[in-house]
Design a protein around this ligand. Structure first.
Ligand SMILES: Nc1ncnc2c1ncn2[C@@H]1O[C@H](COP(=O)(O)OP(=O)(O)O)[C@@H](O)[C@H]1O
Ligand SMILES: [Mg+2]
Length: 310
């Protein structure tokens, strides 16, 4: 099943005088399968929040269309199956954690014991049980985001939209949030998250889309997007004298005393080189398939697309 499906989705914002127009999304085509953690990545202003707002019906497309959970956006009943954590959300500071969830639970039509039970379950999931009766003004940023997650889950949604869920949260808090998202995935939820924080998105997403200036530049698994053309690095134990006495097609780079590396272009060369090294009793320490980090790929992709625009 497709959780999200868009066809030439376009959003142009015009100022109140209609003079200045911002193309926030340009003919965007994106499909997201159910059951995945999908990350929409892009710099500030790329159009990520606009994308989520269009899917939720908070704002309307200028052109194109979209489906969520295989229903058209005009079908409001599908909203019952959706959870949403907005960017930079704020709750009234005088409310306690449990009260915030009660408020949102009532908004989604829940009540009584069922709601109380759900609230306790969710506070447990996001590790805030002991903070249930504490006013949210005392919460840290990480705790606020976790409470926000619980709020987005109150109606037991199938599909959850999270806009920058870890922005401004410290490393331990970010890890806690990632763990919750992985747990939700194991409960068959689909998670669509927006982020400009690449290194951590890389750790949990199944697929990512790269958005810049309203255009989807790439979409795929993190592995697909970060793979370089085939290249391997072999790390060996040995010293310069061992290596000088024999001639290889490739030159070795010194890593440290007694440790050298060599790069080879493909699997045949990799095995040929290993044979040569082993026949000389040189010890192999590591064989590493080379790849770009998501961040390197992201920066080169964005820089390239900016060049094309100019
Ligand atoms: N309500 C709005 N009116 C006019 N322009 C907007 C509005 N919301 C967003 N924009 C513009 O649309 C572009 C995309 O914004 P946004 O979707 O918030 O990006 P992101 O979430 O990736 O940072 C930006 O240039 C932003 O200034
Ligand atoms: Mg945003």
């Amino acid at each position: 099943m497709k959780a999200v499906e868009t066809k030439d989705l376009t959003k142009i914002y015009s100022s109140s005088f209609g003079k200045k127009k911002v193309q926030a999304l340009v003919e965007l085509n994106l499909d997201v399968e159910s059951g995945l953690i999908f990350g929409l990545l892009g710099p500030n202003g790329a159009g990520k929040t606009t994308f989520i707002k269009l899917l939720l019906g908070i704002t309307f497309p200028t052109a194109g269309n979209a489906k969520i959970l295989e229903e058209s956006l005009s079908n409001y009943s599908v909203k019952k199956k959706i959870g949403y954590l907005p960017e930079n959300h704020k709750y009234p500071p005088y409310l306690k954690g449990g009260e915030v969830l009660k408020f949102f639970g009532k908004l989604s039509g829940m009540n009584g014991l069922d709601l109380d039970k759900k609230i306790d379950e969710l506070l447990e999931l996001v590790k805030l049980s002991q903070w249930k009766k504490t006013k949210v003004k005392a919460y840290s940023k990480g705790m606020m985001q976790r409470l926000g997650l619980a709020q987005a889950l109150i109606n037991d949604p199938e599909l959850i939209f999270l806009d920058e869920p870890t922005d401004g949260v410290d490393p331990i808090g970010r890890k806690e949030i990632r763990d919750i998202l992985v747990e939700l995935k194991s409960r068959q939820k689909t998670i669509f998250l927006n982020s400009h924080l690449l290194s951590e998105v890389e750790l949990i997403t199944d697929r990512v889309g790269i958005l810049n200036k309203g255009k989807l530049l790439r979409e795929g698994t993190v592995k697909e997007l970060t793979e370089k053309k085939e290249e391997y690095k072999i790390v060996i134990e040995g010293n310069a004298a061992d290596l000088d006495s024999i001639s290889f097609d490739n030159s070795f780079t010194r890593i440290s005393d007694g440790s050298y590396s060599v790069k080879v272009a493909d699997i045949n060369e990799l095995n040929k080189t290993i044979d040569q090294l082993r026949s000389r009793s040189i010890l192999l320490k590591e064989i590493i398939p080379m790849k770009n980090t998501l961040e390197e790929m992201f920066i080169s992709l964005i820089t390239e697309s900016e060049k094309n625009i100019k």
